[in-house]
Design a protein around this ligand. Structure first.
Ligand code: GLC
Length: 554
């Protein structure tokens, strides 16, 4: 029998938690060189604390040539000097801990930088002890070994003259993939995990982890994923790797696109699972990347409900709408012109009160929007630049390419955090590494701190509710299917009552009739004022209401 108190006593810290993702390069620049840094994060701990979150996930700041903004690591135990020193990182960890905020790092172990000493050795000769740390194939007829493609465009193979072989890179050619078939790779990574655990890290987000295994026959594939995503046999690697995290009592969340729900249980099973949670992308990948279009609410409902139901009794969901690779939610799902504030709030309520651990990406709590760069020179992301060149060569008009980039470029999420209406959005005293979104004068922390109706305060209330109401932690998710393209309605329930979440994710007004068996007892939170308790709820565009209800016998 479902019992809230009983299940709460078996909870791990990361289940009763809300995380905040920090992209260090764009968070806060303490030394005014135009680049965010570790000391900048430390300076902003009071702000992070004020959000009510209880852990942070930091995108990488390790030694790196920064071809892919730190997702190309050249030394896992050193810090990129542009972010500070190792001692700054240690002090950041302890200051977060002093504030009861746990610290999750980003572990990039599908690949390294080509400047990691492992690769510098590996490429020298076939009998170098590190050669087998990477994936090599001989040329076929003087060309690439097969048709495998890089996710950043072009072939996934790069020629290495020293050994007359090609090495495999799923991402940029400066990011060679590690060869997980070699047990020494796992040993080397275990050592890194133990080292950071010993320095106080509470968990890891595991970058690109569904790609660890590659198809071992190295033959042509008819679909790119077959060569490198969830390839049969990956389970052995993941299960061995999971022992490291369990040994060190670390929380784990794997970036694992394309794992079907039927298999996901195995990944996040509460006893045997490889990880505590995974990020799945079903609700954010309705289109190929760089396509333009709006989200269909019915599809969104179906995708999220599949995961809520799929992991209802075993496993745990990681809830998110944004990260450093995705467009801003208010621009992608919402309406960032006419209903910017209301739509950012409705989207926040829609996902943050589901069952699972919510993640908020820096600036999302302000309703920060996509940026309208006009020229390719304003972009910094290598994937966006590749895309531009590739489409230009394919004859696309520049206007069409720019429209795609404005919709989906990863740089949309990477413009500096908007702290105030001061120059450079209060992020830095100097020109930042990437331009600030010009709407910072309107959308910024300082302005929203002064306005209780702003999105920032709405997020604070949502986070507080999520962390203090046991039903929002453990209550069962139940979709109330409205069979339309506007509303997302669900309950978080116990046998006697619970919470009803009613959101209108559209630009048009909508009406929702409360089912007979639910008796509304209280309006707990709404982004529109003065709502009465009616059985027919009239919802303005992008309205979001949270009610308490009791279950009746009718
Ligand atoms: C992940 C990261 C992304 C990075 C890629 C390669 O998808 O989130 O930013 O480019 O892995 O490391």
């Amino acid at each position: 029998m479902f019992n809230l108190d009983q299940s709460a006593s078996h909870q791990s810290w990361w289940q009763n938690a809300v995380g905040y993702q920090i992209y260090p390069k764009s968070f806060f620049d303490s030394d005014n060189d135009g680049i965010g840094d570790i000391q900048g994060i430390i300076n902003k701990i009071p702000y992070i604390k004020s959000l009510g979150v209880n852990f942070v996930w930091l995108s990488p700041f390790f030694a790196s040539p920064n071809v892919d903004n730190g997702y190309d690591v050249s030394d896992y135990k050193q810090i990129d000097p542009q972010y500070g020193k190792l001692t700054d990182v240690f002090s950041m960890i302890s200051k977060f801990h002093d504030n009861d905020i746990k610290v999750v790092f980003d572990l990039v172990i599908n690949h390294t930088s080509d400047q990691h000493h492992w690769f510098e050795e590996a490429k020298q000769s076939r009998d170098n002890p590190y050669h087998d740390f990477y994936i090599w194939q001989k040329p076929v007829n003087g060309k690439v070994p097969n048709n495998w493609q890089s996710l950043f465009g072009g072939p996934a193979w790069e020629y290495n003259p020293e050994t007359d072989e090609y090495y495999y890179h799923l991402f940029a050619k400066q990011q060679p993939d590690l060869n997980w078939e070699n047990p020494k790779v796992h040993q080397a990574v275990s050592d890194i995990i133990d080292w950071w655990a010993a320095h106080g890290v509470d968990g890891f987000r595991l970058d690109a982890i569904s790609h660890l295994k590659k198809l071992q026959n190295f033959e042509n594939v008819d679909a790119p994923d077959k060569a490198m995503n969830n390839v049969p046999g990956i389970d052995t690697f993941l299960s061995e790797l999971s022992d490291d995290f369990k040994r060190d009592h670390l929380m784990t969340v794997g970036e694992a696109g394309g794992v079907p729900i039927a298999r996901a249980k195995q990944w996040v099973d509460s006893q045997q699972g490889y990880f505590n949670m995974i990020f799945q992308f079903d609700h954010v990948s309705f289109w190929e990347k760089f396509t333009v279009g709006k989200v269909d609410v019915a599809q969104l409902r179906a995708a999220l409900t599949r995961w809520q139901n799929g992991l209802a009794d075993n496993g745990w969901n990681a809830l998110f709408l944004e990260n450093h690779d995705l467009p801003r939610a208010v621009s992608y799902f919402g309406n960032d012109t006419n209903y910017r504030e209301k739509s950012s709030q409705a989207l926040g309520m829609m996902y943050l009160l589901m069952k699972g651990t919510p993640f908020v990406y820096q600036g999302q709590e302000l309703g920060m929007t996509n940026v309208s760069f006009k020229d390719i020179d304003q972009f910094r992301d290598l994937d966006s630049k590749h895309f531009y060149q590739e489409k230009l060569a394919a004859g696309w008009p520049v206007k069409k390419i720019m429209t795609s980039l404005r919709a989906k470029s990863r740089d949309n999420a990477r413009t500096p955090m908007q702290w105030s209406g001061d120059q450079h959005a209060g992020f830095s005293a100097t020109q930042p590494w990437i331009e600030v979104n010009p709407n910072y004068r309107e959308i910024n922390v300082a302005a929203q701190q002064a306005n209780p109706a702003a999105t920032l305060n709405f997020y604070r209330q949502l986070i507080h509710l999520r962390l203090t109401e046991p039903i929002l932690l453990n209550g069962r998710y139940q979709l109330v299917d409205t069979h339309d393209h506007q509303l997302y309605v669900y309950t978080r329930e116990t046998p006697t009552g619970g919470y009803l979440v009613v959101t209108n994710l559209s630009d048009q007004p909508a009406t929702f009739t409360v089912p007979n068996h639910l008796k509304l007892t209280k309006l707990v939170l709404s982004n529109y004022p003065n709502q009465a308790l009616n059985t027919t709820i009239k919802l303005a565009p992008w309205a979001a209401d949270l009610y308490r209800y009791e279950r009746t016998n009718s």
